[in-house]
Structures are given as structure tokens and as C-alpha cells.
Ligand binder design. Structure first.
Ligand SMILES: Cc1cn([C@H]2C[C@H](O)[C@@H](COP(=O)(O)OP(=O)(O)OP(=O)(O)O)O2)c(=O)[nH]c1=O
Length: 183
């Protein structure tokens, strides 16, 4: 298999890809993440493509380049990283006691050919009090994460259940990715 370049600055994506014992390097993309799409699965696939294309164009084109993007969706609203702490609080108050979806889009480009897919995971939160939310925001954990939480961190105590791939929530659906590249 070809050498891989992961077009991501996310430490979580790096850790997840390391679980598969693949040989890869990291080149984060700083391309502007703009999309006119509104459906969450389309948003994440387009943004993953933007990141992968940006790095593929700047690479020697000998490697397989992977881009990924994660959002939370709740009743048609697409939630990315919070703008500020007030935004994080609003988001977590809204997700309290409810089930939402997490979408990660993945784009891989090899020999100029792009393949894009997405994976969806449902996550259900217990009811969380305003006080708990404020204490959680003080940890700083929500600020760089889609939906204002990290399932792998202190948001662990909010989780009633999940349906689908855990690693998809953390930012990269590693098992599905391996299935796709073996096709
Ligand atoms: C829902 C959820 C998201 N996240 C993270 C995964 C992603 O890193 C982040 C969503 O932001 P993204 O824009 O998908 O990625 P990024 O900016 O961190 O990295 P890059 O664009 O360089 O690849 O939210 C968690 O770590 N845990 C969670 O439970």
C-alpha cells in the first residue's frame, strides 16, 4: 500500500490512525473550510475533500492523502466547533437529555482520484444540569471540538449510549476507512 499523508492538525485523528499500524506523515491543511451545503453528511464530505485536495495539490502526488471533517447534527442544525463559551453552553444545554448524530466525512485521494464517504454515529446524553455544563466548559475541553464536547474526555460522564462507531465520534472512522481502502 502507498505511503499516507494525513491532512489534519487533529491530535485525535493522528492517534486513531496510529491504531491501524499504517505508515503515515502529517501535513495539516489551512484551506478555508467553506461550504454551501446544509445537509450534515454533505457538509463533512465537502470539507474533508477541501482539506485532502489542498494537501494533495501541494504534495509530490506519490502518497495517498486523507482529509476528514466532523460535525454534530441535532434536528437539522449542523454544529461545528463553538464560537465561544456562551455558544458551547447553548449547545450543551440543547443536547442535554437528547440523542444527536455525529458525522465524519473522509476523503482519500490517490493518483489524482478522490474517494469520499461518511459515517454516522448516534449519541445520547443523560440530562445534564446548567451547573455541570458550566464546570465542564471551565475545563476548556469543548472549545476545539464539534458539538462542544469530547466523548473521549470529561464528557464521558454525560454519555447514556452510543449507536455506531465510537472512533467516528472522536473524529475518524478507522474501521470503515480500512474497509474502503481494501475495496
Ligand atoms: C464530537 C467530538 C468531536 N471531537 C473533535 C474531532 C475533531 O478534531 C473536531 C472537529 O473539528 P474538525 O474541523 O473536524 O477537525 P480539526 O479542526 O480538529 O482538525 P483538521 O481540520 O486539521 O483535521 O472535534 C472530539 O475530539 N470528540 C468528540 O466527541
Amino acid at each position: 500500500m502507498k505511503h499516507i499523508i494525513l491532512a489534519s492538525a487533529s491530535p485525535r485523528r493522528k492517534e486513531i490512525l496510529e491504531l491501524a499500524d499504517l505508515d503515515f506523515d502529517i501535513m495539516p491543511s489551512d484551506a478555508e473550510e467553506i461550504t454551501a451545503k446544509t445537509a450534515p453528511h454533505e457538509v463533512v464530505m465537502e470539507l474533508a475533500s477541501i482539506k485532502a485536495r489542498d494537501i494533495y495539490e501541494r504534495s509530490d502526488k506519490q502518497s495517498m492523502v486523507i482529509g476528514a471533517d466532523t460535525v454534530v447534527a441535532y434536528h437539522g442544525q449542523v454544529l461545528g466547533k463553538p464560537a465561544d463559551e456562551a455558544d458551547a453552553k447553548r449547545t450543551l444545554m440543547m443536547l442535554s437529555g437528547q440523542t444527536h448524530e455525529v458525522y465524519t466525512g473522509v476523503c482519500l485521494i490517490e493518483d489524482g482520484e478522490a474517494k469520499t464517504f461518511y459515517e454516522e454515529t448516534k449519541v445520547t446524553f443523560y440530562e445534564i444540569s446548567e451547573d455541570e455544563i458550566e464546570r465542564y466548559i471551565e475545563t476548556g475541553e469543548p472549545m476545539d471540538k464539534a458539538g462542544s464536547y469530547g466523548i473521549q474526555g470529561k464528557a464521558a460522564v454525560f454519555i447514556k449510549g452510543i449507536e455506531g462507531d465510537y472512533y467516528n465520534v472522536v473524529g475518524f472512522p478507522i474501521a470503515r476507512f480500512l474497509q474502503e481502502i481494501r475495496k
